[in-house]
Design a protein around this ligand. Structure first.
Ligand code: KG4
Ligand code: ZN
Length: 358
């Protein structure tokens, strides 16, 4: 598709607009709402109001960076879900009105499919087939990506998402929000092995076809970290132990994420792994996964500004799907629980069919 595709992202606490074309990101503006920091988490009403006041400026910035105007646009994509409904509605209504007024093709995009496309924006080789590990504040998914739009869910979290665990443990340790970068920073000066925390859903006895083989669970690790923090606090040693606890927590998460990804690539006939989502900007995670994959598999990871929430990844999905002729109706609504398009859940297939899915 020639021309620029506009993407809009307002599902959580980043207000973002971007224009992309076949060469990648041409303009990208992201306003991170820091008003939430004081509350230790995202306040939905504050998020929606901030999107409303910031979105126009983000679109203007993205177009200016691309040295383009709306006449250069060939379509509009917007995150339609999942996310906070009030926040999503701001973007969906803005994009719908804009596209309708300018006679542009319009598409609602699934936020996690955006994360799946993010790496491909700056890395032309990050295209299917591959195994993808998507790790964000709301989701943890291991996906077998056969083609764009053809996805098999191998594993997902049973409770907290990986990013959510980083945020909760950071809060318990008195670190700032979002917790991921804070934990990474604190852990860098932590002593390896001083504390050891559990690796949930990771046992050498797991076998392909077991319900636990690819699934994740982080709430128990969160509780174990909180109990350790409580003990250290009682002994008056928490402040000095924060880097060591952060290190132990981060190592536990990385071990689980890396091992589950290795299980997937070893079982499937793929040569590449694509990372996505905010947690994928964690440097020790990238390093360890890259080392484990060695020269047998290639690791593709988005640069940090495209790993966390941004509108370029939404524009990338829109560009692909609009180019294939897909359109959303003008009646499109924001859907906080939007289903991932083209995703089939093969997790427990072996139990139901007694036939291996691999
Ligand atoms: O993908 P994202 O920007 O938003 C959602 O879709 O949720 O992910 C945000 C999550 C937060 O939980 C944040 O703590 C985490 O990504 N995160 C990190 C790092 N940077 C962001 N987690 C670990 N290490 C990081 N460097
Ligand atoms: Zn996200």
């Amino acid at each position: 598709m020639s021309g620029l595709t506009l993407g809009i992202e307002t599902s959580c606490d980043e207000t973002s607009a971007s224009v992309v074309d076949e060469t990648g990101v041409r303009g990208l503006a992201i306003a991170s709402q820091d008003a939430h920091a004081a509350f230790g988490g995202v306040v939905p009403e504050i998020a929606a109001r901030a999107h409303l006041t910031t979105l126009d400026a983000m679109v203007a910035h993205a177009l200016a960076e691309a040295e383009a105007s709306h006449v250069d646009l060939n379509g509009v994509g917007v995150t339609a879900g999942p996310g906070l409904v009030g926040a999503l509605l701001v973007g969906v209504n803005w994009a719908k009105a804009f596209a309708f007024a300018r006679g542009l093709p319009f598409l609602g995009v699934h936020h996690m499919e955006g994360h799946l496309f993010a790496a491909s924006l700056e890395d032309p080789a990050a295209v299917p087939p591959f195994v993808s590990l998507l790790v964000s504040g709301g989701h943890t998914m291991l996906i077998d990506v056969r083609a764009w739009g053809e996805y098999r869910l191998l594993g997902a979290t049973r409770d907290d998402a990986a990013g959510e665990a980083f945020d909760k443990v950071a809060r318990r340790l008195g670190l700032g929000y979002p917790g991921g970068p804070e934990i990474q920073r604190a852990a860098a000066s932590g002593v390896a092995g001083r504390y050891v925390l559990p690796r949930p859903m990771l046992s050498s006895a797991d076998r392909p076809g077991d319900a636990e083989y690819f699934d994740f669970s982080f709430s128990g690790l969160n509780t174990a970290s909180a109990i350790l923090a409580e003990e250290l606090e009682r002994e008056g040693r928490l402040a000095e132990a924060v880097p060591d606890v952060a290190h132990a927590f981060q190592e536990a998460v990385i071990d689980v994420l890396v091992e589950k990804t290795m299980r997937a690539v070893e079982l499937l006939d793929v040569r590449a792994v694509v990372l996505g989502g905010g947690v994928s900007s964690n440097a020790p995670l990238r390093d360890r996964l890259s080392r484990r994959l060695g020269s047998t598999w290639t690791l593709h990871a988005p640069p940090p500004r495209l790993a966390t929430d941004n509108a370029a990844m939404i524009a990338a999905v829109a560009r692909h799907r609009l180019g294939a002729g897909e359109r959303s109706p003008w009646s499109l609504n924001a859907d906080p629980a939007l289903a991932f398009p083209g995703l089939s859940d093969v997790r427990y297939a072996t139990h139901h069919t007694s036939q291996t899915v691999f």
